[in-house]
Each structure stands twice: as C-alpha cells, then as structure tokens.
Ligand binder design. Structure first.
Ligand SMILES: Cc1cc2nc3c(=O)[nH]c(=O)nc-3n(C[C@H](O)[C@H](O)[C@H](O)COP(=O)(O)OP(=O)(O)OC[C@H]3O[C@@H](n4cnc5c(N)ncnc54)[C@H](O)[C@@H]3O)c2cc1C
Length: 472
C-alpha cells in the first residue's frame, strides 16, 4: 500500500443521511482523509427527525427504510443498533377509493398488476377499467425509445384506471409526485427497456418476478434519529469534524481542489467535496464553477409535504385498524394521501390504550395543505380519516410538521441528465443524495457510500501518481 505523505481533506456539504454515510465511509478507510461535515441546520439528520410527543415515539419525517440491499443495515449493526432494528409487520395496505376501503391486491409491482384476478377481486377498478387493463395483452407493441412519464408508459398499455387507482397511490406516494410528470426511467428503472418491442406490460412484469406490493421496511426502535446520533458520534470518534449551524455559502474551484466559504466567512481549502445538499442549495454552490449544471439543478422541482400525527384513544375506533395503513389516490381529491397506523405497522410501537395515525398530505402540484393553518389542516385530515376508517372520537394529541422542500421530482429524462452532470464534474466533486438516484433512505445512503468510495479512489490514484516527496 502506498503511504500518503500528505493527509488530504474532504468536505461533506450536508449532514442528512447521505452526507453522514459518506463521512462515515471516508473515515472507515484504512488511510482516511481528514473529513469536515458542514450542516446548515442546528441539528444533523436532514429529513430524519424523531421525537417523543404525547407519550409516544413519533417520526416527523421518514419512518423506515427498505431493508433489502441497504447499507444502513450493516451500519446499524456496526454502530451497536443491530438489536434495535425492527421489521414492519406484514400487514395489509388498504386503498380509500370511491367511498370504500379496499385491500390492495396481491401481485403488484409498484402498483402495476402482474395478474388481473386479484385486481378484479379487490374491486378497486370499475368493470370498464378492468376491461381496459386487459387490452394490454392485445394492443400492438409500444414504441418507447426514450424516457416518458409513468402515466404515458403504463396508461398506454393498461389504461388510466390502473394508473390512477393502483400506480399513483403507491408510486406517487413515494415521491409525493404526479404520475403525469414523473419519468419512468428514474422511478421504474429498467421497465421501459423490458417493454420495448414487447406486446404486454403484464408479461414483461411477470418476467421480472412477482414481488410484494410494498417492500420490506425496517426501522430503529426509539426512532431513526438514534441512527443519526450514532452515525454522527462515530464520525466524531474517528476524528471527523462536524459543524452544525454552518451553511456553506460558496464553493470555488481552486488548483488542486475547492475553496469552501461558510456563511459566517470561514474559509477552508479542501482536496475534494461530497455535495449532499438538496438540489437548490447544490445549484447555488455550483453557480461559480459549473454554471450549466447549476442551472439544471435549480430547475429540479420539489413537492411540499405535511405530516400530521394523531394519537387517538383506542375506543375512538368502532373496530381497530385492520392493516398497516391507507393510501388515497390523488384522483379522489382529498387532502389525505396516506395514513400509517403506526401502532399496527411497527410491532415495538403496539399499544393497548392508543392508536397512532401518521397522515401525509401534499404532492407535486397540490399545495392546498400549505394554505391551511396547522389547526385547520389537522381538523380536515381528522375528518377525512374518520370517514375512511370509521373513527368516532377526537385525537388526544395532534402534531403537524411541514416539509417545504420535501421530495425532489424526477421528471422525464432525469437519469440521462444525472449521468451527464456526473460526467462533466471533476473527480474531486461528487453529487449525492435525494435529487439524483432515488429519494428513499436506502438509495440516499447507497449514494453517500458510493460518493465516498469514488473520492477515496481518486485520492489514492492521486497519491500513487504523485512524486515521492508528495505535495508541499
Ligand atoms: C415527510 C417525509 C417522509 C419520508 N418518508 C420516507 C420513508 O418512510 N422512507 C424512506 O426511505 N424515505 C422517506 N423519505 C425520503 C427521505 O427521508 C429523504 O429523501 C432523505 O432523507 C434525503 O436525505 P439527504 O441526505 O439526501 O437530504 P436531506 O435529508 O435533505 O439532507 C440535506 C442536508 O443538507 C443541508 N444543507 C442544505 N444546504 C446546505 C448548505 N449550503 N450548507 C450545508 N448544509 C446544507 C440541509 O440542512 C440538510 O440537513 C421521506 C421524506 C419526507 C420529507
């Protein structure tokens, strides 16, 4: 192994899950660089925020992550949280559609049916919509040489009913997006290629193999905030510097690296940067060195989302909630888009005395929630939930949390754009996080890890190609 004569410095901009995982990976290297994390907010974690309210653990942002292939799982074990990782109960998900709660049918891949029998039995589609879905087997092959919206890709084969009643609640919910706007390549990677020239979407899906309608989710007992705290403590223990309340104001390319200037005027020159801030902030920081990429990043729209958590007395329910939660198709026009029955979904949150409901509202193009006060919004969501779930009592506690720039929207062509930006950037700067290759915590953590590995590879290449005396 070539020993470094100079310890390089890597700046991580953004202390959300992406930035923290990147910092942790950088410092886990046998020859770790010096790592400085800059976080503009007073707390680390970004969208992850766990709290204790009304005697209950409540997640104000994400409440779990996809366990399959997640770098967060081994990380939880390494950080001593392995025994506190809890899997979601395999409960049913229901859809509130046309005035009825109906069970989400089995055999869906991101809302797309692999078999029509369970969809028929679920009665989520009208007879006409079901008939239209069956046209998938007889329509001529779809030409889809370039990216197109999810609605165009799936609707073209199976009709609008499948898009609105099945795909939108599942996929639109993940992105808080509109299926008419979200690009298929980013949200459903590989599907377009699989369908290209084929006659049937259903047959293409069958070849991908049936998967559960919702992926296996896991969380951390006591809240995901514990993972953030443990990660940050480990980064510090390994010598990383973590500055909260410190926004990076400018990022200027200098010979051999980057000059960071914080909003309070501190200046530091670093060898490399992991840029793990939301798209708008990343755009500002790249304005001086990468104007074209900055302009593109500045155009990535975000959906605003509000989460309202209700704690209900058990006897407020005529019958206790049957499943893990409720999804509401956008076409229903309600404020309520989704409700998680926290006390049913997570075994460690089960309680005899109360039911915790976590409701979310708002999606790209639907900002009605932003116009209502916390109190009015809480009341409206409670009313809608009561109608759907047969509630007959008031909540004991309500907590409303607003996320203005909650989730970036991947429009048609997003994947190609991301690849082009990455190709144009020097090896000393990597883009990682929700605006690029997936919004879920697992996707963000994967990007943080990969960004760190790319920087480490670059630093090691630089070391081996440097003269023996090294840099002065
Ligand atoms: C309400 C809600 C529910 C969700 N539910 C789930 C879920 O259940 N499961 C799931 O997997 N995902 C979920 N997500 C998505 C997931 O939480 C996010 O996509 C993910 O946390 C984003 O992580 P990130 O590190 O990329 O960005 P962020 O968490 O946004 O972190 C970026 C950080 O950069 C900081 N920053 C910005 N500008 C600067 C600057 N100039 N200098 C320094 N720092 C800066 C910000 O303050 C922020 O802390 C949810 C998101 C929301 C909003």
């Amino acid at each position: 192994m070539t020993q470094r004569t100079h310890q390089p410095t890597v700046a991580v901009v953004g202390g959300g899950i992406t930035g923290l995982v990147a910092a942790h990976r950088l410092l886990s290297d046998p020859q770790p660089p010096r790592v400085v994390v800059y976080e503009s907010a007073s707390e680390l974690g970004g969208k992850i925020r766990s709290t204790h309210s009304g005697g209950c653990d409540i997640e104000l942002g994400p409440d779990g992550f996809v366990g399959r292939d997640s770098p967060l799982l081994p990380l939880c074990h390494d950080l001593g949280l392995g025994d506190d990782v809890v899997a979601a109960r395999a409960g049913a998900v229901e859809v509130w559609s046309r005035g009825h709660l109906r069970r989400l049918p089995a055999g869906l891949i991101m809302g797309m049916p692999v078999r029509l029998g369970p969809v028929l039995r679920s009665r989520l589609l009208s007879p006409r919509e079901l008939l239209r879905a069956g046209f998938d087997f007889v329509l001529p092959p779809t030409r889809c040489d370039t990216d197109l919206s999810i609605a165009a890709l799936i609707g073209g084969r199976m009709g609008r009913g499948v898009v609105d009643r099945l795909v939108d609640p599942l996929l639109g919910g993940v992105y808080a997006g509109s299926v008419d706007f979200l690009g298929a390549d980013a949200a459903l990677p590989g599907l377009r290629e699989r369908l290209s020239g084929r006659r049937s979407l259903i047959r293409a899906l069958r070849q991908m193999g049936a998967r559960p309608a919702t992926a296996q989710l896991v969380t951390v007992r006591g809240g995901l905030g514990r993972l953030v705290d443990a990660l940050a403590a480990d980064v510090r223990r390994r010598g990383g510097q973590v500055h909260t309340g410190t926004a990076v104001a400018t990022l200027d390319a200098v010979p051999d690296g980057w000059q960071i200037t914080t909003r309070s005027g501190q200046i530091e020159c670093v060898d490399a940067v992991v840029l793990a801030a939301p798209a708008g902030a990343a755009a500002e920081l790249l304005r001086s060195s990468q104007r074209g990429i900055a302009t593109d990043l500045g155009l990535i729209p975000y959906a605003a989302v509000t989460v309202a958590s209700f704690v209900y007395p058990r006897n407020a329910f005529a019958q206790p909630p049957a499943g893990n939660g409720i999804l509401v198709p956008r076409i229903e026009g309600t404020l309520l888009r989704a409700c998680t029955w926290v006390t049913s979904k997570w075994p460690h949150q089960a309680r005899d005395d109360v039911v915790i409901a976590r409701c979310s509202t708002g999606s790209y193009g639907d900002n009605r929630h932003a116009e209502l006060s916390d109190e009015a919004l809480g009341r409206a969501l409670h009313r809608e939930l009561s109608a759907a779930a047969g509630l007959r009592g008031e909540p004991l506690h309500t907590r409303v949390t607003r996320w203005h720039d909650a989730l970036p929207q991947y429009r048609v062509g997003h994947r190609v754009n991301v690849a082009a930006w990455r190709a144009r950037l020097p090896a000393t700067l990597t883009l990682a996080g929700a605006p690029y290759d997936g919004v879920g915590l697992t996707a963000c953590a994967t990007q943080g890890r990969d960004a760190a590995e790319q920087i480490l590879a670059h630093l090691s290449e630089k070391t081996t190609s440097m003269p023996i005396a090294g840099r002065t």
